[in-house]
Design a protein around this ligand. Structure first.
Ligand SMILES: *[C@@H]1O[C@H](CO)[C@@H](O)[C@H](O)[C@H]1NC(C)=O
Length: 210
């Protein structure tokens, strides 16, 4: 009776995160291939405190774009100490009147507003929108893979920090998926019902062709 349970536990443990059983940490060695469970480990004798610290979020991301939305990233590619930890973070700066365009990640996100007033929301798979005006100090959690957005509705630039349940959460932004590549206008027209003039205008704005 116990044997199958033990087998099941062993399988579960080995599939959940082998790194956490074998090692205290596995700082990424980005020169080695990146697989489904992350990067291979940097030589542990070369790991230092600096591998567990990252200052890149002191500086806002570049918000000189059509959304007035800048993102600074602390994902595994910027912060190799996150490898195998199941965590990462970004800092989003949203200018007055700006917005975070609708996008999705592979994993859950937990955000905190640290400056300003922001409408934060997502839309579930029944097409139901959930959104709320957040003030400094307020949190919002976004379920995995659902489209979500932020709108600065305050009188000052807004700052939001968001943590992800993965060192490499991925980002898929609807406008960029549609208009920042060479997917033909005729196909986009069919799959969105937008008219071709609007598609071509958005392609020009986002750097797409075709
Ligand atoms: C911010 O992005 C804009 C538009 O891409 C670019 O022209 C500008 O040089 C960037 N600024 C910085 C500080 O990188």
């Amino acid at each position: 009776m116990f044997f199958p349970i033990i087998i099941a536990l062993v399988l579960f443990a080995s599939s959940s995160n082998a790194n956490q059983i074998e090692f205290d940490y596995c700082v990424a060695d980005p020169t080695l291939p990146h697989g489904p469970s992350g990067y291979s480990c940097k030589d542990p004798t070369k790991v230092t405190t600096d591998d567990f610290s990252y200052s890149g979020l002191r500086t806002p991301g570049n918000s000189s774009n059509i959304f007035k939305f800048g993102v600074a990233y602390a994902l595994v590619n910027q912060f190799p100490g996150l490898n195998g930890m199941g965590l990462s973070m970004v800092r989003a700066d949203i200018e007055i009147g700006g917005a975070g365009p609708i996008h999705a990640h592979r994993v859950a996100e937990l955000a905190i507003v640290t400056e300003g007033t922001v409408i934060f929301g997502f839309i579930d798979t029944n097409n139901k929108p959930f959104y709320k005006t957040l003030e400094k100090g307020d949190l919002f959690v976004v379920p995995p893979a659902l489209g979500h957005f932020q709108v600065n509705v305050g009188k000052v630039p807004a700052v939001v920090y968001a943590a992800f349940a993965s060192p490499n959460p991925g980002i898929s932004t609807v406008d960029l998926s549609l208009f920042k590549n060479d997917l033909p206008t005729e196909i986009i027209q069919k799959i969105t019902l937008l008219d071709s003039a609007q598609i071509k205008k958005l392609k020009r704005g986002f750097g797409g062709t075709n």
